[in-house]
Design a protein around this ligand. Structure first.
Ligand code: LMR
Length: 355
């Protein structure tokens, strides 16, 4: 399985890189047309194509959310819009997809908020603070409130429009040894997805974090490039991380959420009625995604447990407290990274102290 998987990944990466280059060249030409103000109406009766690229498989909360958006967008626009969903880093990996969005090679993404620094919006990383959300409902409330809106404002000068936040539940952490006490993290290399806040809390635990693209994690775990990682049950299951990690700890230490974003030039260039129909499709796809995230992750957890390939340790409350105590200095450190304003907003919204 692993050799085939590695070969698959290599082939996919090669195709992706070749394809991505060509796409970016075409994107440049497309952007030039837009700059000339060529209206969509002038482009015959062709449907408007929205390429929605993402890095997880189709059978995850994000993958299902993207498919739901496609279904509703095509239905509400009566076929005037065609949504092409490219899952599992098929087109681009983490960093490439952001570049592709900026250039117009794709029109829609849903990266985790941990990956917004390259867009010049590192404030999104505030949502990665450890032990921030008590549960998914709290996350949903915060993302739909003033904090979520404030974060989306940060994207405006970057030419990016934020449409929605999507849930994917709480991270687990894994390695080939049990991670129960903070001391168990000592000296282990952990893959992180991009957030400096995650970098900080792994360091506070004694780990050595390093950023890797999501599409590279399985192989990095398998070959020992890194010793461990963090992710949600649905991602552990669908990327098969659990097959190459002997121990997984569940402490709800951090939350994984996505922001669905579009290129503003593309979005505002759409006819207003179509944009309204797409907004409706996005709102419903968002409610759908957020409503399935918890169950999807519970089911994934059960499947991982049932596989017998790894041991899941659900931490007790005192064990969680020990992690929390160790990670708490990340809040103070975060002021210099995400700024005090978003931390104040979070405190206010959550009625807890985040700064
Ligand atoms: C990761 O890189 O670990 C996640 O952001 C992947 C995802 O999109 O769920």
């Amino acid at each position: 399985m692993s050799t085939t998987k590695a070969a698959d990944r290599a082939a996919r990466a090669a195709t992706r890189h070749a394809g991505a280059r060509v796409q970016l060249v075409f994107a440049g030409a497309f952007a030039a047309l837009l700059a000339l103000g060529l209206p969509f109406a002038a482009q015959a009766q062709q449907p408007i194509v929205i390429k929605f690229s993402h890095v997880t498989t189709s059978d995850t909360p994000k993958g299902k959310g993207a498919e739901k958006f496609k279904e509703l967008a095509e239905k509400y626009t009566g076929g005037k819009v065609k949504v092409e969903v490219y899952p599992n880093s098929q087109l681009y990996n983490d960093k490439e997809e952001i570049e592709a969005l900026q250039l117009g090679a794709v029109q829609m993404l849903a990266p985790s908020t941990a990956k917004f620094a390259p867009l010049g919006a590192k404030e999104f990383e505030a949502l990665d603070l450890p032990f921030l959300f008590a549960n998914d409902d709290e996350y949903t409330r915060i993302s739909k409130g003033p904090v979520g809106q404030w974060l989306f404002q940060k994207l405006v000068p970057k030419g990016i429009t934020g449409l929605a936040f999507w849930d994917n539940g709480f991270h687990m952490v894994s390695a080939n040894r049990p991670l129960i006490a903070p001391a168990d993290f000592q000296g282990l290399k952990f893959r992180i997805s991009g957030s400096k806040i995650a970098d900080q809390y792994f360091r506070l635990m004694g780990g050595l974090p390093q950023i890797l693209a999501f599409s590279e994690v399985y192989q990095a775990l398998q070959t020992g490039v890194v010793d461990g990682c963090e992710n949600t049950p649905s991602n552990y299951l669908t990327q098969k991380f659990y097959e190459v990690q002997k121990h997984v700890s569940a402490a709800n230490h951090a939350h994984l959420q996505y922001a669905v974003i579009v290129n503003t030039k593309f979005w505002t260039g759409l006819p207003a009625d179509i944009r309204g129909q797409l907004d409706q499709a996005m709102n419903e796809a968002t409610d759908y995604t957020n409503s399935i995230a918890r169950k999807e992750n519970e089911d994934a957890m059960a499947a991982i447990e049932g596989s017998g390939k790894t041991t899941i340790h659900v931490l007790t409350e005192p064990q969680r407290q020990a992690w929390k105590t160790k990670m708490m200095p990340a809040y103070d450190w975060a002021k210099g990274r995400v700024g005090k304003e978003v931390l104040d907003l979070l405190s206010k919204a959550m009625d807890t102290k985040t700064n």
